[in-house]
Design a protein around this ligand. Structure first.
Ligand code: OXD
Ligand code: MN
Length: 595
């Protein structure tokens, strides 16, 4: 399919090491995909679901020791440890290559090696970057066909160039002790072994579009971020775009596909999803604004909790052309189910759990994860184009202009509902101190704070401190930068109940944010930044008073000062590469809180 000598010689080398029985090139055709689906069903790797209810949908179960990304086994292999920094696991490239060689050698004996040429971003666009993933898993091929743009046109676009990301994945023995997800940024190479789970093996996603791309972005003057992208359409037809970064379990996919409250819908407001997980951002030379594309082609979403109230758009997206992983199989209807889908789990006798065992829903105990039918991290892989609210700009070559960047976290007390940073530099600082609290099981108990800068803690392909420096440097390169905000949907009252309704009502906060970007609304300055005047948050139709909004917007100096101490510890952990500017911002914040 190609004469590219760099591609061909690399594949020869990888095949000599892994020793597959045969090599099959993936051309992106429906006929080939269909044949692979049939083959996966014949071996039990996938189950074909009820084609009347769920056309072109399949179920897959991973090994039970292989259900999530493994941060402890994810490595950035730069020549020096300093380049990878203290937040990443590091190993010297030679040492890691040697270790991997032993694991890969002969690992594809008796198996087929599939060659997947894929693009992150629209093929041929300025944003696009190409990759080739070699894998011995049909499940990976079929997921990549959804999550990325795959086919011969990628090879045509690549031509004779050596400029592509090499990815090698082998399932090997799915041995946890020898599972490695490794990145060699200087070599444009990703190697993953002993896993079959999405985040570890769909190499276009976290490995390429975040870790390798963040490294490339720093080198080339752009940004790869763990952000959703959405468009807010106004009654007059104008659309303004927002990107947002949240740590996991903060409702990122729900926000990306938000449905506005009825009262706003009636006025003509709409929300369009451009992306739910990753944004690549570049400065547009014509208007000096930052433009965003979603480099992916599908959604790899968490199934549990997705339902027709929390996220009807996501649910609708999964109704066709979807691969479900580790959910419950309803054997009576040959459909799927997960916790939080509805109150009608399949009855005992008709239900197989994510491990492949008979499942009795009457034994389900919310507090005991081992009784779940679907794994808590069970997933759907679904085509973006099947999403009812997918943006008409999804395939745009130049991306969408970003008005606002929103950071967020799950904080019971500290962060107000929303605040605005005072500059790009201050906004980058706000991103660097992002954090989320784990929800403790005991009622009212406040969880552990995990600092997750820009929601990129597990995804920066180099030193976190240098990544912050790149953020600061980008500020000097964007003539018309987006404004930067921070939101917190998760403030709780004294009984531990969420105060803000969240979900679709988050639209009310987005509208304030966009009004600020347009200079249409005033704000109060506080030690942490600009906070709305309570009356400027639209509460029409909500069961909430102005006083509650005031409470949601308070900045409690004591808890912020405690947070400052925690941030100092975190900065020390990030180490020498933390830019002085970030320390200056932190000192200024502390001084304002103490004033
Ligand atoms: C994801 C993640 O799967 O962030 O998107 O973990
Ligand atoms: Mn993510």
């Amino acid at each position: 399919m190609t004469n590219n000598k760099y591609v061909l010689s690399w594949i020869d080398e990888m095949a000599a090491m892994t020793q597959p029985d045969k090599i099959v090139w993936i051309d992106g055709s429906e006929a080939q995909a269909e044949a692979l689906r049939a083959e996966a069903c014949s071996t039990g790797e996938m189950i074909k679901l009820n084609q009347e209810i769920l056309p072109n949908c399949y179920l897959h179960r991973t090994a039970i020791n292989d259900v999530a990304r493994v941060e402890g086994r994810t490595f950035i292999c730069t020549p020096t440890k300093e380049e990878a920094g203290n937040i990443n696991n590091w190993m010297a490239p030679d040492e890691m290559y040697a270790k991997l060689k032993a694991l890969y050698t002969g690992s594809m004996k008796g198996r087929t090696m599939y060659v997947i040429p894929y693009s992150m971003g629209v093929v041929g666009s300025d944003f696009a970057k190409y990759g080739i993933e070699l894998t011995d898993s049909i499940y990976v091929v079929l997921n990549m066909l959804i999550m990325t743009r795959v086919g011969t046109n990628v090879l045509e676009a690549l031509g004779d160039s050596p400029d592509y990301i090499k990815g090698l994945h082998a399932r090997a023995d799915i041995d946890e002790e020898n599972r490695y997800i490794t990145h060699f940024p200087q070599d444009n190479t990703i190697m993953s072994v002993n896993s079959g789970y999405g985040g570890n093996v769909l190499l276009g996603k976290k490995c390429f579009a975040l870790r390798i791309a963040s490294y490339l972005g720093r080198k080339e003057g752009w940004m790869a971020e763990h952000m959703l992208i959405l468009g807010v359409e106004y009654p007059n037809g104008d659309i303004k775009y927002v990107t947002a970064a949240f740590p996991s379990a903060c409702g990122k996919t729900n926000l990306a596909m938000l449905i506005p409250p009825k009262m706003l819908q009636e006025k003509g407001y709409k929300v369009w999803c451009v992306g739910d997980d990753i944004a690549w951002l570049r400065v547009n030379k014509e208007d000096g604004k930052l433009y965003a594309v979603n480099p992916e082609n599908g959604f790899f979403g968490v199934a549990p909790g997705t339902n027709d109230k929390s996220n009807p758009n996501a649910l609708a997206t999964t109704m066709r052309d979807t691969i479900f992983t580790n959910v419950v199989h309803d054997t009576k209807n040959n459909t799927v189910w997960w916790e939080g889908l509805n109150d009608n789990p399949p009855a005992p006798g008709n239900a197989i759990d994510w491990k492949g065992n008979p499942w009795d829903c009457t034994k389900y105990d919310k507090k005991d994860k081992s009784t779940c039918g679907a794994h808590p991290n069970s997933r759907f892989t679904a085509l973006a184009q099947n999403c009812p609210c997918i943006s008409s700009e999804f395939n745009s070559l130049k991306g969408v202009p970003v008005s606002a960047i929103v950071f967020g976290g799950r904080r019971a007390k500290t962060a107000p509902l929303v605040y605005q940073s005072t500059s790009w530099q201050n906004g980058a600082f706000v991103g660097s101190i992002m954090a989320s609290e784990t929800t403790a099981a005991a009622a009212g108990a406040v969880g552990v704070v995990r600092r997750d800068p820009m929601a990129m803690r597990p995804f920066v392909g180099y030193n976190m401190g240098d990544y912050w420096a790149h953020w600061l440097a980008m500020g000097t390169k964007i003539p018309n930068p987006p404004k930067i905000f921070h939101v917190n949907w998760f403030r709780t009252d004294d009984e531990g109940h969420f105060i803000w309704p969240g979900f679709g009502d988050n639209m009310r906060v987005l509208l304030w944010i966009l009004d600020r970007c347009e200079g249409k609304v005033d704000a109060d300055i506080t030690p942490i930044g600009y906070v709305p005047k309570a009356e400027d948050i639209n509460i029409e139709g909500l069961d909430i008073t102005l006083d509650t909004i005031k409470e949601l917007l308070t900045v409690d100096k004591e808890s912020w000062l405690a947070d400052v101490e925690n941030i100092k510890e975190f900065y020390a952990q990030v180490g020498d590469a933390v830019p002085q500017t970030m320390y200056d911002e932190l000192a200024a914040l502390e001084a304002r809180l103490k004033a």
